[in-house]
Write a protein that binds this ligand. Structure first.
Ligand code: ZN
Length: 294
């Protein structure tokens, strides 16, 4: 697993997710992971969302998510991803979760993309495409070019793709048929072009931004699984890359860490459609518990 992409989270936030999941063991819950804007890769808080929830799903409205993001913004924080529970069921990313990530994460990433350093690493963006951001703001777009085979609509695809790591160096490209090498700052993507096809390399003048967020699935039994979701904005086109990652917990007893925000939306009780069980379980826990002034 890629250590750079693992979820860094405070022990308090992690415990809180599990506690919430266990407090309504027959209902899914969903919320945002939150991080300080200047350190968006370190989750210090969670923010439960009002949701339409059953034992098999929890869906938050766009309005609720926007309200939560605005609230985080006002606190100097950004959304660092999404957590949800699977009630008593096992933890994994379901087809429904895949759709949720596709729909939500590009929006969530918007708030922290600008705050992340840009990565000058090659990206395999499709089965016949790859991109390499250069330091000067240009991107190299690499794709396979070929005659249509049999007049059909067969998709072209790299014969092989291999990512290796290298010591810090200047990004660039080398093409000696049939191998294209995209050299990133710290990784090299080696692509093999299929027989009878050639490579087309074009430059695009484009802002290129990336942010890595996390999707966390917990359950009432205390299990957890995490995927890192890297959102790439390349010339207005959004790509997502996902991989399973480990969790690194950081003791949250340090006072400068943000307190958990999990309850704030419950001040708008009347807007809640479900998760009433959680409300009663949680209302006793207030901002005051963390010494927070609203
Ligand atoms: Zn799920």
């Amino acid at each position: 697993m890629d250590k750079e992409l693992r979820l860094r989270i405070t022990t308090g936030s992690l415990a809180e997710m599990h506690r919430l999941a266990a407090s309504v063991p027959n209902t899914e819950i969903i919320g945002l992971l939150a991080a300080a804007k200047d350190d968006p890769r370190f989750v210090t808080s969670i923010c439960l969302l009002p949701a339409v929830a059953t034992g098999g799903s929890a869906t938050a409205s766009g309005a609720a998510i926007r309200a939560a993001m605005a609230r985080l913004g006002s606190l100097g924080m950004v959304s660092a991803g999404v957590f949800h529970s699977h009630a008593r069921f096992s933890v994994f990313h379901s087809a429904t979760d895949d759709r949720m990530i596709e729909r939500l994460f590009s929006t969530l990433a918007g708030a922290c993309m600008a705050t992340l350093a840009e990565a000058f690493e090659p990206q395999l963006t499709d089965q016949d495409r790859a991109l390499l951001p250069l330091r000067d703001g240009r991107m190299l777009k690499v794709g396979i070019r070929g005659e249509s085979i049999g007049g059909g609509f067969d998709r072209l695809a790299w014969e092989s793709a291999r990512l290796t790591f290298r010591s810090d160096a200047e990004p660039g490209v080398r093409y000696v048929h049939p191998i294209v090498e995209l050299f990133g700052q710290r990784s090299t993507l080696e692509l093999q072009v299929p027989d009878a096809l050639t490579v087309e390399i074009t430059q695009i003048e484009a802002p290129h931004r990336a942010a890595t967020l996390h999707s966390v699935v917990v359950n009432a039994k205390g299990d957890i699984t995490v995927e890192a979701v890297t959102v790439l904005d390349i010339n207005g086109r959004i790509f997502q890359e996902r991989q399973a990652v480990d969790v690194e917990t950081v003791n949250s007893s340090v006072s400068r860490l943000e307190p958990n925000l999990h309850f704030y939306l419950y001040r708008e009780e009347q807007t809640l459609t479900v998760a009433g069980e959680i409300q009663s379980a949680m209302l006793s826990e207030t901002w005051k518990a963390n010494g927070h002034k609203s």
